[in-house]
Design a protein around this ligand. Structure first.
Ligand SMILES: [Zn+2]
Length: 436
């Protein structure tokens, strides 16, 4: 083993045409004016230490002068390219068996939600397949999906359980996420989502009982033993699924265990989920297609992030959430892909594009929502989400002359992303980029 000296560094990324910092004052999130024009270093370089943290970011000349004589394990010449923070996906359901491509065809042919359901489709189709699948098979599939996410520029991703709806399968799913967390380079924030739906054969009250008195205590036990590391708890707060009272009961039980609250709310019906989340100190609420003005005001005040999911609104043809009203009110807006068998997209560049076109975010706002604000929504903005000294060196080197190309070239991210770097290690290199 070689001894590392003070003047040895893991990585030197030099001569980038642009380095998009996103933040440069240690901000934990950005709202309003802070999202209008993100700070960019034109002609910049970055130094990454052996601990995987960013040591310095700045203009080429300043970095050259300061690190004269230093040695580096790896040097990347980013001439003509741009550097941005690794993207963060705050909302995914990536552990499942049995795709639903047949359902997509049915829906395109005009089938209603109920017709799909009666044909044996919907979430219960996924639940049945996931219950039957082995832990090994689920892990193989999850690993492939995480690799795809990584190649589209995601370096930190939230992963939910929630296709088990019973003790055994929920714990199996969390075990799969835990194994992936330990084995994959991508950073994972793990979420218990046992309240994703009411399982067949149970009433909502019975499901709440099972979650609060059986599943959560078992989860607590596994966390105490160090078998699982789970960060968040999620509930699908929706009419006919878990009402406001049930949602409160489950979230409170999770909060008492030290889990961060990050749940589905106000998607299909206005449920006052936003107000509930604000009251309970939720870190984030996802969806919000049907949020009210009062809900928006409550979230702005409590600093509860709104996780908007443009691909779901697009694929399900839902009304768009009122992103502009949220931004004007000072809500912390973040983005997620909602990757799941019903909305098969894991590309955050495409999510950002859809957020710009359909939800009317500017490109700066979309990037802030997919980096620093997304990190905040997972409780990680002290270490993730911007290119500032002291943070984890998770970054993308993109083969284009201005960073906005990554959003502008819809579906073109696979041609543009040259390197994905996590903690200063190159975890993906694309030798065939084609910027024009
Ligand atoms: Zn979801």
């Amino acid at each position: 083993m070689s001894v590392k000296h003070e003047n040895d560094f893991r990585l030197f990324v030099k001569n980038a045409k642009q380095v998009v910092l996103v933040c440069n004052g240690g901000e934990r999130f950005l709202t309003k004016d802070g999202m209008q024009k993100l700070p960019v270093v034109e002609n910049g370089s970055l130094i990454i230490g052996n601990d995987g943290l960013l040591k310095a970011v700045g203009p080429v000349d300043a970095i050259d002068a300061r690190y004269k004589g230093a040695s580096f394990d790896t040097v990347i010449d980013a001439s003509g390219m741009v550097v941005i923070p690794g993207l963060i996906d705050v909302h995914t359901h990536p552990v499942w068996a049995g795709d639903r491509v047949h359902e997509f065809a049915m829906k395109l042919a005009g089938a209603t939600y109920m017709e799909v359901h009666q044909a044996g489709g919907g979430i219960h189709f996924t639940v049945e397949h996931t219950r039957r699948a082995s832990e090994e098979q689920l892990l193989v599939d999850l690993t492939r999906r995480l690799t795809r996410m990584l190649r589209t520029g995601t370096t930190l991703v939230e992963c939910k359980s929630g296709y088990g709806l019973d003790l055994e399968t929920e714990m199996k799913m969390l075990a799969v996420i835990e194994r992936a967390r330990l084995a994959s380079p991508i950073c994972i924030s793990s979420t218990y989502c046992g309240a994703h739906a009411v399982p067949r054969g149970k009433t909502p009250a019975e499901a709440v009982e099972d979650i609060v008195h059986i599943q959560l205590p078992r989860l607590q036990e596994k966390m105490t033993k160090g078998e699982l590391q789970v960060d968040n708890i999620d509930v699908f707060c929706e009419k006919g699924v878990f009402d406001l009272h049930s949602t409160r009961t489950i979230l409170q039980a999770g909060k008492d265990m030290g889990l961060q609250l990050n749940f589905h709310g106000d998607e299909l019906h206005p449920m006052n989920s936003a107000q509930l989340g604000a009251q309970l100190g939720a870190l984030a609420i996802s969806h919000l297609e049907e949020v009210t003005d009062e809900g928006i005001a409550a979230m702005a005040k409590s600093k509860t992030a709104a996780v908007l999911l443009p691909t779901t609104a697009y694929i399900l043809r839902l009304p768009q959430p009122r992103a502009r009203d949220m931004l004007d009110a000072g809500v912390i807006v973040a983005l997620g892909s909602d990757f799941n068998p019903n909305a098969y997209c894991c590309s955050m560049p495409m999510v950002m594009h859809l957020a710009c076109v359909n939800m009317r975010l500017s490109m700066d706002q979309a990037l802030a929502a997919a980096t620093i604000n997304a990190a905040y929504a997972l409780g990680r903005s002290h270490s993730h989400g911007s290119l500032e000294a002291g943070k984890e060196a998770n970054l993308l080197i993109v083969d284009c002359p201005r960073w906005e190309h990554l959003i502008y070239q819809f579906g073109g991210h696979q041609e543009l992303i040259k390197y994905v770097i996590i903690k200063g290690e190159v975890v993906y290199e694309n030798k065939n980029t084609m910027s024009y």
